[in-house]
Structures are given as structure tokens and as C-alpha cells.
Design a protein around this ligand. Sequence first.
Ligand code: AHG
Ligand code: MN
Ligand code: MN
Length: 341
Amino acid sequence: MVNGSEVITIERFIMEQERLYPEATGELSNLLYDLCLAAKIISRHVRRAGLSDILGAAGAVNVSGDLQQKLDLFANETVRNSVQHTGRVCVTASEEDPEPVPVPPGKAAGKYVVLYDPLDGSMNIDVNVSIGTIFSIHKRVTKKNGTAGLADCLQVGKKQIAAGYILYGSSTMLVYTTGQGVHGFTLDPTIGEFLLSHPDIRTPPVGRYYSVNESNWNRWTPPVQRVVAAFKNGEGTVQPKNARYIGSLVADFHRNLISGGIFLYPAATNYPQGKLRLLYEAAPLAFVVAQAGGRATDGCRPILDIVPASLHQKTPLVIGSKDDVAFAARILSTEAVVGAK
Ligand code: AHG
Ligand code: MN
Ligand code: MN
């Protein structure tokens, strides 16, 4: 944090956090640095996207059926290349790869698993709107001498070791948690360092904003419509909120984390399981928000309790200020029971 003389770089902060754990080997700290490097490289390309040949579609679609943008693929390679040669990681999995990617043969396989959305908000790249990268870190569960793979990736969110995101916004920020609170760092491009700017982030229990794509209104169930109407018009003790929706999950999430708010991507007739992916969008942000005093559910169940069945599994997502998420869950879970009868 730059307040007078004290400048705390992310490296120093991670080191000081590591000292709290005498048994720590430093591998997680180094993995977080590796992700910092990836963040700086991607940030450099994002900042120049309009000037270099990195805008536009790459001409293919990913396993979720999303049109891959050039920056999706660049970010995908950058994150993987920043972690897979270090001996700290055994396998990575990404929104942009159909299957998990074990470290190459001959390379040392470490004890960590990295799941990531390399570029979140892809459709906003070409129109200069904030985008992000989301990451989730688990510990390997398969035997060391075997080949790491899907079993190491399909882990329940509450077992995450660390999670966070990079937001390429008016500035580039890296926000992460290792279970000891949520801390935000802002990149000072003049020195190439992430500096502590938001120590121990806490999110207000009641939000100022609600974030949802209301063009899906007629595709939602009546309980979902009731929840969104309550945030728009007020209901009982819920006061009307301001609508803010950027279309980049990381940007909407971060604004709500800092100011207080609730983000919803409910199931809809065009997205029966919701649009967002559990392993590398919902679960990492659920870990972050829980560490900041917020909550995340699929409307009813805590996201961190959902056991994944497949790598690109989608989930409805309601995430943000804890009282707002609880209000939504009271309506969506009781009406789900009524609906089930
Ligand atoms: P991604 O670019 O990684 O596919 O993520 C896009 C997601 C998320 O960032 C955002 O909240 C959501 O798509 C917006 O979806 P709609 O345009 O359907 O509202
Ligand atoms: Mn995404
Ligand atoms: Mn993406």
C-alpha cells in the first residue's frame, strides 16, 4: 500500500503470509507469483489490444460453445505456460481446453492443480470494456507416481487451497484468498509491481446493486422473477437497489464485492443449468466472497458444497452480499419445494 513510505508488493505480502505457517514449503507462494507473472503479461496485451493483432475471433468455439477470441487463446496459453514448467503443478484445466492438461512428460509434476477461466467477459474485449481472469487452486488427490488428470480437477469448492481473479479494468487488480481473508493488489505499470491497495476486503451484508441480465426475464421461473423484482422494486425489508450489469462476471463481481451487491445468473429456458461454469467461475468466486463475509449459492445450495460431476459443468449462480443471497435462497428454496410437489 502506498501511504507515505510503506509500499507492500504482492511478493512481500505473500512472503509475510507464508511466515504465519512454519510448515509452509513456499510452493503455494511461488505458484501465486507464477500467476502474478501471467497477470502482468496478459494485462500488457489487454492494454494494447486495440493496437496489435489480438482483437477479434480466433475462428473456433470452445467446449461450452462460446466463440473463442484471440485473447482467450493467448491468455489460456499464458497462464498454462506460467505454471506448468515449475514443478509446482501436476495438471491444469481451463474453459478453453476440452480436457485437463497434465504437465508435459519429463516435467516434474507438483502437488497443485490450477483451474482457470483465462479470459472472462470475452464478448467485451473488442469494445474496450473490463474483462478478467479467474483461477482456482486445489491440491492433487491422485497418487504422485501416477498421471494427474480429471479426478484431481473434479473437487468440491470447499477444498480449494486458494482462489482469485485479475480484473483488467481502469487499473489492473489481482484479488486473491488462501483462506486468510481477501486481499487486493493494484498493478503499478511504471514499476511492473502489484502493490497492496485493498487489504482484508469485507463485503457489506446488504448490497447497493443488483446485477442480472434482465433480457432473460421471460425465460426465468416465477420465483426467480419474484427475487429480481424484489431487488428492483423492494419487498418487505429488502430496499430497491441500483441495477448495474457489465456482462463480465469478474467486473460485476468485483464492484459488488467492494460496494455491496448481488449478482445473479439463474437457470433459464435457454440455460437450464445456468450459463456460468462451476469449477473455474462460480467456485473460485464463491471462496473469495465467503472469505469477505459474503455468500454464494446456486439459488438454494452453497456453491462451495457442490460436488462437480464434469469439468465444464454449469451452475446457476447467486453471489454477493450475504443478506441479499439469503433473501433469494429463502424464496428459491421454498418455492423449489412447492414446485417439486
Ligand atoms: P466468458 O467470457 O468467460 O465465457 O464469460 C462470460 C460470462 C460472464 O463473464 C458474464 O457474466 C456472462 O457471461 C454474461 O452473459 P450474458 O451475456 O448472457 O449476460
Ligand atoms: Mn467467464
Ligand atoms: Mn472465458
